[in-house]
Design a protein around this ligand. Sequence first.
Ligand code: HDE
Length: 689
Amino acid sequence: MPDEMKNTAGGETHLTTDQSHPVLTTNQGIPVADNQNSLKAGARGPVLLEDFILREKIFHFDHERIPERIVHARGSGAHGYFEVYESLSDITKASLFQQAGEKTPVFVRFSTVAGGAGSVDTPRDVRGFAVKFYTKEGNWDLVGNNIPVFFIQDAIKFPDLIHAVKMEADRAYPQAGSAHDTLWDFVSLMPESSHMMMWAMSDRTIPRSLRTMEGFGVHTFRLVNKEGKSTFVKFHWKPKLGLQSTVWDEAVKLQAADNDYHRRDLWEAINRGDYPEWELGLQLFDQQLADSLPYDVLDATKLIPEEVVPVRKVGRLVLDRNPDNFFAETEQVAYMPTNIVPGIDFSNDPLLQGRLFSYLDTQKSRLGTTNFHQIPINAAKCPVMNFQRDGMMQTRVPQGRANYEPNSLSKAGEAGGPRECPVTGYSSFPGRKENNEEGDKLRIRSESFADHYSQARMFYNSQTSNEQAHIASAIVFELSKVELEHVPVQVIANFRNISEDLAQRIATGLGLALPEKARAAAEVKDLAPSDALSIQKNMQHTLKGRSVGILVTDGSDADVVEAIQAAVKNAGGTVKLVADRINGITLSGDKKVKADGKLEGTPSQIFDAVAVVLSKEGTLKMMKQGAAVQFVMDAFGHLKAIGYNEEAMPLLQKAGVEADEGITGTGDDFIEAAARRFYAREANIRNLA
Ligand code: HDE
């Protein structure tokens, strides 16, 4: 009998009389005789109130949904492990970092931020990157994003930010999009969002795959060793596949091509054993270094460039198992920045401090009970022993009388229960003196948080010229959707502090005169550019994790098709055949194949490169097929490699393809090109801002 049919509640499983399946039961275990018809008074009579089987089934169904997350509602999860490369006992006593090679189970959830649970995977949006480590000393949640900074400095602004970015209050649109009045109104009035907006308008927010994006803990945290010594740390996740994003037109078209593009990509990669992998990187520094920086490490709108504090790679995260059940695991997983283990501690970042307060409330509101930690995906994989009792949905059955402490029950031979342990128990790093924490109660923003533009400028200056054009174009696109006329003017006035070049491009793109520069609260500095901030400077030319589509028709050369398939697989990529029908395609030599996708539903944007292998007749047929012309046109427009055989040339011409180094034959030249994007092509085919 398959595992999923075993009686998980315990007890003997009853089988149907033909022994083929377990007997269907109600939630009370009562066997069900008929799952097709409700109980009626006569064949055409009313349904009876006493039909407890119908009532229970519909009652449960009616309550299947729980409130979606107010932010990060749409997400995809996976199981895996974290493996540490070397002992970090000199800097932290956290159990997962003590022994080289030690593996800790994890559950990771990636998400978009603004859209609802049913929204699409590829809008321009920040991505959540949340990792739950089930360590031997309790759960540690590193609840980060794919961008190392944030929009705001103080938690008190978070509800305003989220109200502004989500669908507008009266009209309930746009869904999952920042290109609207209220977000940009908020941004125009909050210069502290400038740095994050540079990232948000860059290609970071339109990743090609969840597997090709970085992750960041964002805030400064502390690591604490056995001697009680604290080291500041910023956490990084570096994807093994390198960075890869889409271009904007491609991201928009992906929304139509596949709502579940990222979810599917993650699921399929894990299913075929192509396990997504990231390295954990640490930026470690002390108070002295923090004091030497021209920005405050407690300010979440700032990062520390890798050139200033290098990223030390200390372990790897491997995702090797898809969830068994989306709801039970991905939907019910409850991350909390307060899930922290001995050896890791917080900093005074006021955004982090607000988060520490907030997430517990969210879990109670979504999961409905203080016992949400007992849900299997949230349960620690080490002993949980305390005197907390009862509550809604209690699933544990504690033994004995000891539900208070201190008690002396053990003296009478009864179980006395657990006790605190000052040596191994969690102790917070005191740090008051170090942080100058004495002071009056004030609603105040530290002076050291006042510079809102220098790092935004550094980010912009660290990009390739093509990436700068993408940022400018994204801002022009978004502001073109803003109807409040004063808002774009204020945004440009602010952004003049970031870069005159950027501000001018935006003004030109919108057809506006350059407004007067807004006053900056602090002097804007020219910080050294950092290559680590660019995607294009951190791409890998590889077919690993990449996917190639081959457009074929009846009569396509079977040898060429097979050679491409073999070479792509050999280089670690995946390959799909696209044709005008799924079944019965006959290649040359009467070779029958089944296509993986029908042309109209399998546009080229879902691939990283395409090959067009057609017979002469096939080419004529495809030239009359809009979807085929679009297939080639989009691959060209999205800066991808196109390999083609001579007979297919007229289709490429009709699609407006012009020769460049990404337009190749079907041999090794194509395999080499398929591992890359051709950003230089863009200047010839798209007017960027
Ligand atoms: Fe969150 N955030 N957040 N956040 N956040 C939530 O918790 C919140 C912030 C992040 O896959 C909520 O369980 C406040 C920064 C991720 O389940 C909620 C503030 C960063 C996820 C919440 C922030 C994040 C959340 C909604 C400002 C990057 C998804 C559902 C003080 C470092 C986790 C939930 C998952 C989810 C509150 C700011 C990352 C409402 C109040 C900064 C990845 O509790």
